[in-house]
Design a protein around this ligand. Structure first.
Ligand code: ADP
Length: 554
């Protein structure tokens, strides 16, 4: 811009200089021409006087003068000419200066000489005898004027150019200085030039618009980041070359990287064959999935390509922790296998006994024993099926609604129900405690008490005892089932809640155990947000303590 202004000012200065030069030269030309004519007139007057006194001899004496002298008779015929042959010259009566001189005594004109073919100045004077003396000289030409003035013109031109360049430079800088100092961040301030006001107003409006858009974008970005950072699933956005554009804390934690990997290639931080395959697949435009194991946990990574104008412009990676899902699937598979096995054993036994009875291969006195065996196995089968059904109901989450109930009353009913079984086993049952109101699912609470008390009877010693206590403790209700039974070895204590886990398999079968009772207890307790503690001393007895919160918010 400065250069442009400088150039424009320079051009204007040069143009003004050239125009002034032409005007001055024109004026000078006029001035010199007038002077020349004046001089010619004076010389003509002097020569006329000399011719009047000396006649032709004077003319002969100045034949070689600088100017041309022509003496013309009153009828226009040329009497003398110091530059041309007067005999060959045409009649001069029609020449303007001659006509004027004959009429008024003096005449002047300027024109191209038909005799000399040059631009001439003419001055004529009538003599006393009626003849006319004319002097003529070459008129000063533009070119000769220019040549004569060349030196001063050059000096003035150089001075003018230097001055105009200096002036142009200073002016352009002075014009530009306020523009360079414009504060574009604050366009509302009064602009240095009035002409800039609409531009600054527009700039201000655009800046306000940009600011509000920026604020909106920032707001959206914060919303996105907040949502993404609270995701329990990992989310990674990659550019088309695999550069990490964004990674949420969950993904960083899972892959064991920090957010410093943003802007760098993901494979630099986590270069496993699975991840490489996954990225290659997704970059080729396919939705790709892989299951990866990181630090003993299983993750499913889904990579989806992002398309822009039909080309892959990035990838989005979602990482799901499927450890629990896989564990549950494994448990379910094991459970199914165990169920089949557990069902098969009593069925085989029943079918074996029935076959022997049918074939008449059993002595009559042994028939009741075989029938009793079939009855026991059938009961076991029914117990097993009932427990499986209960457990699958709990697995499906189908539970009755929570209601106000009293655990002490539930425990009293269960004790009543189990008293015959206890008497049969020679075990004493006793219930202590007080009214313990709480919210819960009575059916599940009954199941918990029933299973714990039944186990305490089943795994007891003859003449042993089972003490049940239900008491409210602060915000909790505590159920304690203590027995004087066989106890549980420490290494088995954590596993007794697993499905089909038994410490002593044959004893469990002997007492009609299914291996599912404590699993049902664990499940039902979890629904009530209750904690279970087991204390046991092998050979001495066990204490199962279940602590329920009085109020459970579903
Ligand atoms: P089961 O139907 O075999 O009793 P449970 O799931 O109820 O199955 O119990 C799992 C195992 O835990 C039992 O087989 C038994 O070995 C042990 N067990 C449970 N309760 C007691 C207890 N009160 N005393 C000793 N062992 C117990």
């Amino acid at each position: 811009m400065t250069k442009r202004i400088f150039r424009s000012i320079g051009l204007v200065a040069v143009a003004v200089f050239a125009a002034s030069l032409i005007l001055i030269l024109g004026a000078l030309y006029e001035y010199f021409s007038a002077g020349q004519m004046q001089r010619l007139a004076t010389e003509t007057a002097l020569a006329a006087r000399a011719v009047e006194t000396e006649g032709r001899s004077y003319l002969e004496s100045v034949k070689d003068a600088d100017c041309r002298l022509t003496w013309i008779a009153a009828d226009g015929f040329v009497l003398f000419d110091n530059r041309a042959d007067e005999a060959a010259m045409e009649n001069h009566l029609e020449r303007e200066e001659i006509r004027q001189a004959l009429e008024t005594g003096e005449g002047q004109s300027q024109r191209l000489s038909s005799t000399l073919m040059e631009q001439q100045l003419y001055c004529a004077r009538r003599l006393s005898d009626g003849t006319v003396l004319r002097l003529s000289a070459n008129q000063l030409s533009w070119w000769s004027l220019l040549v004569a003035m060349a030196q001063p013109i050059c000096i003035v031109a150089v001075l003018a150019i230097v001055l105009s360049l200096l002036l142009a430079s200073r002016l352009s800088h002075r014009i530009m200085a306020p523009l360079n100092e414009l504060d574009l961040d604050d366009p509302d301030r009064t602009p240095p030039y009035e002409e800039l006001r609409p531009l600054m107003a527009r700039l201000s409006a655009q800046q306000n618009q940009l600011k509000s858009q920026e604020a909106l974008l920032e707001h959206r970005k914060n919303e996105f980041e907040t949502a993404v950072s609270h995701l329990s699933e990992g989310l990674i956005l990659l550019g088309e070359t695999g550069t990490v554009l964004s990674i949420n804390p969950a993904a960083a934690r899972i892959l064991g990287v920090t957010r410093a990997c943003e802007g760098k290639d993901l494979l630099l931080f986590c270069n496993t064959p699975d991840l490489r395959d996954l990225l290659h697949g997704a970059m080729a435009g396919r939705h790709t999935e892989r299951v990866m194991t990181v630090r003993d946990r299983s993750y499913q990574i889904n990579a989806s390509p992002v398309f822009t104008n039909g080309k892959v412009s990035g990838l989005s990676l979602m990482i799901f922790d499927i450890t629990e899902r896989e564990k549950n699937e494994l448990t379910r598979r094991e459970f199914s296998a165990n169920v089949s096995h557990e069902l098969k054993t009593p069925l085989q036994s029943i079918s074996g006994c029935a076959e022997l009875l049918e074939g008449g291969m059993v002595e009559p006195q042994d028939v009741p024993r075989f029938a009793g065996r079939i009855y026991d196995e059938a009961r076991r089968l029914m117990n097993l099926i009932e427990d499986i059904i209960r457990l699958s109901h709990l697995d499906e989450g189908s539970s009755d609604p929570f209601e106000k109930t009293d655990l002490f009353e539930i425990a009293s009913r269960m004790v009543q129900e189990l008293t015959p079984q206890a008497e049969k086993a020679g075990v004493t049952l006793s219930l202590t405690g007080e009214q313990s109101p709480m919210t819960g699912v009575p059916r599940l609470l009954s199941g918990i008490v029933y299973n714990l008390v039944e186990n305490a009877i089943k795994y007891n010693k003859p003449e042993g005892s089972v003490t049940i206590s239900v008491v409210p403790e602060g915000q909790s209700v505590v159920l304690r089932v203590a027995d004087t039974g066989v106890g549980i070895p420490p290494e088995d204590r954590d596993r007794i809640f697993e499905r089909f886990y038994r410490v002593d398999k044959s004893r469990s079968k002997e007492v009609g155990g299914t291996g599912l009772g404590l699993s049902i207890v664990k499940h039902a307790a979890a629904i009530h947000r209750a904690g279970i503690r087991v204390e046991s001393t092998p050979g001495v007895g066990s204490v199962f303590t279940v602590t329920f919160p009085q109020e459970v918010r579903e």
